[in-house]
Design a protein around this ligand. Structure first.
Ligand code: COA
Length: 327
């Protein structure tokens, strides 16, 4: 049986502070009813002073390390998927390395927006296949509350802050990451973006710059997200020769309940086979999948030998799916 990269442990962390739909009603012209029916989101967690992306990432990483029974010094590679690190340079991963004391790791970030965790997992897997002894921390972490225009009704109700992490190692049992397929289409970058580079943003040059906020054409993103994730899931199942009926749990990117429900319907799977926690956290971009995976793990929903599918969609556009046989 061939050796595979395998998730040895999961961990997550969210800030204590919360922002409910009722809180948002007091800030902008919205309603709990509108947000709930359009998005399924009821609540988000919002970082407080000093709770930077690297801090959330570090707490999630520490929780995953405890679950794995590993010391920080035993980690060989540390990868953070994020689009909202508190610094452009150095990487968020280097800040996390310092914060948790992963002194023997090399560290770098991956930017694939909401698909970032699956991209980072893919990179980590390739290292494991070359050297099965490695232990790799793969983290998705965001503080999107710092990137939201709190006056923009279209986006301010959607996003939240969180981090999730996994420790990747190897399994000789043939379980682990079975198949993956990642996609990008940069021609659609204008439908979901956050400009920040001075050379691309004229507003930065006239002294009126207010910050770099998420901008989105919601309806188009919605349509693409459903079709892209459905296709990605079908491709990975096809690669592995696994029937959708054999899958125990699908853990999709948590952006919007209607996207998830439509995906569920198009894939023809039972609703209870799809993990959903978007109501509690909103869209936490690269953090949604590892956060959901950790919750599902702690709820006992990930059983040895079962097929789990992860799928994501995000700015870029980027999207993809990963098929795992849980160890
Ligand atoms: N609260 C109250 N009303 C709002 C609102 C809000 N937060 N946001 C928009 N509206 C209003 C609009 O102004 C519009 O009013 P009008 O009919 O008087 O013009 C109406 O609601 C409908 O707006 P629309 O943009 O057509 O809503 P929608 O049904 O497309 O829902 C989204 C908007 C953003 C929820 C939806 O497009 C979506 O979920 N898209 C995907 C977003 C996403 O998940 N992105 C990340 C992917 S990684």
């Amino acid at each position: 049986m061939s050796l595979r990269a395998s998730i040895l442990a999961t961990g997550s962390y969210v800030p204590d502070r919360t922002l409910s739909n009722e809180d948002l009603e007091k800030m902008v012209d919205t309603s709990d009813e509108w947000i709930t029916t359009r998005t399924g989101i009821k609540n988000r967690h919002i970082s407080g002073a000093g709770e930077y992306t690297s801090v959330l990432a570090s707490r999630a990483a520490e929780n995953a390390l405890v679950a794995a029974g590993l010391a920080p010094s035993e980690i060989d590679i540390l990868i953070v998927a994020t689009v909202s690190a508190e610094m452009t340079m150095p990487s968020c991963a280097c800040l996390v390395q310092n914060e948790i004391g992963a002194v023997n790791a090399f560290a770098f970030d991956v930017n694939a927006a909401c698909s970032g965790f699956l991209y980072a997992l893919s990179v980590a897997e390739k290292h494991i296949l070359v050297n099965p002894q490695l232990k790799i921390l793969v983290i998705g972490a965001e503080t999107l509350s710092t990137r939201v225009d709190w006056q923009d009704l279209n986006t301010c109700v959607l996003f939240g802050d969180a981090a999730g992490a996994v420790v990747l190692g190897s399994s000789e049992l043939g379980d682990g990451l079975i198949a993956e397929k990642l996609f990008s289409d940069g021609s659609l970058h204008n439908l979901l973006y956050m400009d920040g580079a001075q050379s691309l943003n004229p507003a930065l040059n006239n002294g009126e710059y207010q910050g770099s906020f998420i901008k989105m054409v919601g309806k188009d993103v919605f349509k693409y997200a459903v079709n892209a994730m459905e296709n990605a899931v079908r491709v990975v199942l096809g690669q592995a020769g696994v029937d959708i009926g054999e899958v125990s749990l699908i853990v999709p990117h948590q952006a919007n309940i209607r996207i998830i429900n439509k995906l569920t319907q198009k894939l023809g799977v039972d609703a209870e086979k799809v993990y959903i926690n978007v109501s509690k956290y909103g869209n936490t971009s690269a953090a949604t999948i590892p956060l959901a995976l950790d919750e599902a793990n702690r709820e006992g929903l990930l059983q040895s030998g079962e097929y789990i599918v992860l799928c994501a969609f995000g700015g870029g556009f980027t999207w993809g799916a990963t098929l795992i046989k849980w160890q």
